[in-house]
Design a protein around this ligand. Structure first.
Ligand code: KG4
Ligand code: ZN
Length: 336
């Protein structure tokens, strides 16, 4: 049995998880409400909240797992990408804990971890993807189609040339004066709306790349123009606006994923990252795969948005390879 404590602190969630081989024993997440007041994550406040949360969150994760700290075989942490001040809190804590227990330290890339969350085996019946498979990685900062050849061998075959899909959701929400983070709220209101009420043109980008900035601008102008004649336009049409913009974002994402599947001949399609929590994206991917005779891999809701369980599974595969990290490591803010 291999027990690993994993810590995730790349943005505004402080999370700690305990994994036993490939089974998650606990996954504790402390969200930071402080940013809601500012309409986005304030890096300095995020670091401070991580400092306050990290010890209670780790303590709870160990207790919930029903183990003792001295049973741990390694400590893992998110090395990047993310907010540097936030990453430093998790990294420093992990180093100190690993040193005090005299066990190995494991660094994990946040984006790799999102994808590898598909290998967490919570139940014996659960299907996990086989290599090669395609993963649509959609988060607040990234939108990529990744060809997964092995756990740590991957090729980016398409990506956004401007905004990420999560940003498109959050910016559309902000235009409608919804609080941050807007993605989950757009999802919620869209459930009551008609996706065909308002039509926005889809970006025309070649190959497997994406673009969302034009869509955001046309949404902004559309709302601005309608507010001139009806100051209550947003309030009166909130559900339909959310459903319509969500529908377009998902069209863009799925069209490219389907194109990638046809181009590569790969029939196993996965989604990962915060936007993979979106209920319509989950439903439509499943429906598309059913129609095409392909296989859809949709992460459990709690493993979609930022969490330490995904860091733990990535760390487990690194532990098996004895891929350990030296104590003089420092995090990186941008993708490597
Ligand atoms: O992976 P994640 O939790 O953090 C990053 O690594 O960026 O992704 C956060 C993003 C945010 O843009 C958030 O609005 C979006 O994921 N998101 C959603 C939903 N839940 C989270 N977007 C659409 N629908 C959702 N249900
Ligand atoms: Zn993430």
């Amino acid at each position: 049995m291999t027990y690993i404590l994993a810590i995730e602190s790349s943005c505004d969630d402080t999370s700690a998880a305990i994994i036993c081989n490939n089974k998650i024993l606990s996954n504790v997440i402390a969200n930071q409400q402080v940013h809601e007041l500012y309409g986005g994550v304030v890096p300095e406040l995020a670091s401070r909240a991580h400092q306050q949360n990290i010890i209670p969150v780790v303590d709870l994760a160990i207790k919930k797992a029903g183990i003792q700290a001295n049973q741990l075989n390694a400590i893992a942490f998110t090395k990047g990408p993310g907010l540097l001040g936030s990453l430093l809190v998790g990294c420093s804590f992990a180093k100190t804990f690993a040193l005090s227990l005299n066990i190995p330290l494991i660094e994990v890339d946040h984006l790799e971890a999102h994808i590898l969350s598909h290998f967490i085996k919570d139940t014996d019946e659960q299907c996990i993807p086989e290599f090669p498979f395609l993963c649509l990685l959609v988060s607040g900062g990234h939108t990529q189609i990744i060809l997964m050849k092995d756990y740590f061998t991957m090729e980016i075959i398409g990506q956004t040339i401007d905004d990420a899909a999560g940003e498109a959701f959050d910016k559309a929400a902000k235009i409608m004066s919804l609080p941050y983070p807007g993605g989950p709220l757009v999802d919620k209101f869209a459930k009551e709306g008609n996706p065909y009420t308002f039509l926005f043109s889809e970006p025309n980008i070649s190959g497997l790349d994406f673009s969302f900035s034009g869509l955001k601008t046309s949404f902004l102008y559309f709302i601005r123009d309608n507010l001139k004649t009806n100051p209550n336009f947003i309030e009166e049409n909130k559900n339909d606006l959310c459903a319509s913009i969500q529908h377009i974002i998902i069209n863009v994402l799925l069209k490219k994923l389907i194109k990638a599947a046809k181009q590569t001949g790969i029939k196993q399609l996965a989604i990962a990252g915060g936007v993979s929590a979106n209920s319509a994206l989950r439903d439509r991917l499943k429906q598309t795969c059913d129609e095409m005779g392909w296989e859809a891999f949709i992460p459990k809701f709690e493993y979609s948005t930022d969490n330490a369980a995904m860091i733990a599974i990535a760390a487990y595969f690194k532990f098996l390879k004895k891929d350990f990290t030296k104590l003089n490591i420092s995090p990186y803010a941008r993708s490597k």
